[in-house]
Design a protein around this ligand. Structure first.
Ligand code: SAM
Length: 299
């Protein structure tokens, strides 16, 4: 989804007004998170290797890493740029995937199991698809849907490189998926304004018009996800936005449709912002990007 506004280096007035209105005293923390320079983080591809083997090989290349406390395969590489990791043979062999810590959480919470029919509804470039695949030991039946042609090509490339060979890729608008298809689990990592990933150093893209377009698309995709979910199945809805306008409307929608919320349980060390009960909104800081997580089932 393109958004016309040019990159700016300050926080747009309308965005700070919205964030201050929702978060009050937490606003300075969010602003500090927007100014933070986070270390490069990566996920070990357990289809191909182990965290220990990756850490040892990276050390040979002079790259020191530590594991996140809540997930051994989530590595934090302080003091290097992405390029240094991209130049390693490990990267070329698909044994690591550069990914923010926050964005590793949806597949972990969804707990993909062998034999489950799982839809990754808006999948490119595939960080979470390949993670779902690895977490299920390559044994979940994963369908990855992406409507953008170029992004879909990137998705296929990443699946291939990560050895996620048995993923069914659909290059189509998820809104046009046949409702007769039913899935045990759905990941809807929705297109959003990206306000959780704002970086003052890199410039900010935000406009009120873009927010409105994202909200309309999110609502449609969420309704569609509920139609594609088996009774008793689990839908994980996430965005990399901290705007309550976007995320809160989905919770209100879920309540109207009778979808039942499954509380999101995160490790205590992950910084949180206030969010609707049962959901989690990660506060951007020096390690984490801002991120929203919610889970639902239907009966
Ligand atoms: N989950 C991905 C990952 O971890 O790599 C990131 C997904 S990104 C937030 C959202 C994606 O949704 C974009 O690639 C966008 O092109 C795609 N998208 C937007 N609208 C869509 C639709 N109606 N159907 C399918 N894909 C869509």
């Amino acid at each position: 989804m393109g958004h016309g506004n040019r990159m700016s280096t300050g926080l747009p007035e309308s965005l700070s007004v919205r964030l201050k209105h929702t978060y009050g005293d937490f606003f300075p923390l969010i602003e500090r998170g927007f100014r933070a320079e986070r270390p490069v983080t990566l996920r070990v591809n357990t289809c191909k290797t182990t965290a220990e083997a990756v850490r040892q090989e990276l050390a040979v290349h002079g790259i020191r890493t530590v594991s996140a406390e809540w997930y051994e395969e989530a590595l934090i590489a302080d003091g290097v740029r992405e390029q240094a990791l991209e130049e390693t043979p490990l990267y070329a062999r698909g044994e690591i995937y550069l990914q923010s810590l926050s964005s590793m959480l949806p597949p972990i919470l969804l707990r993909p199991q062998p034999g489950e029919n799982i839809l990754d509804m808006t999948a490119a470039p595939g960080g979470k698809t390949t993670e779902l695949y690895a977490l299920s030991g390559g044994k979940a039946l994963i369908t990855a849907c992406e409507r953008d042609h170029i992004r879909c090509e990137r998705l296929k490339f990443n699946l291939e490189r990560q050895g996620a060979t048995r993923v069914n890729v659909l290059k189509q608008d998820a809104l046009s998926l046949d409702d007769a298809l039913k899935f045990d689990k759905i990941l809807l990592d929705a297109p959003c304004t990206g306000t959780g990933t704002v970086s003052m150093a890199k410039g900010i893209r935000y406009s009120e018009d873009y927010l409105a377009r994202c909200m309309r698309l999110q609502a449609k995709l969420f309704d569609k996800a509920l139609k594609l979910l088996k009774k008793g199945g689990v839908l994980l809805y996430s965005t990399c936005s901290v705007l309550n306008e976007e995320n809160g409307q989905i919770i209100a929608r879920a309540q109207r449709t009778g979808a039942e919320m499954i509380p999101v349980d995160l490790p205590a060390e992950i910084p949180r912002l206030p969010s609707p009960e049962g959901t989690a909104c990660i506060c951007p800081d020096a390690l984490y990007e801002g991120f929203f997580l919610s889970m639902f089932t239907i009966s």
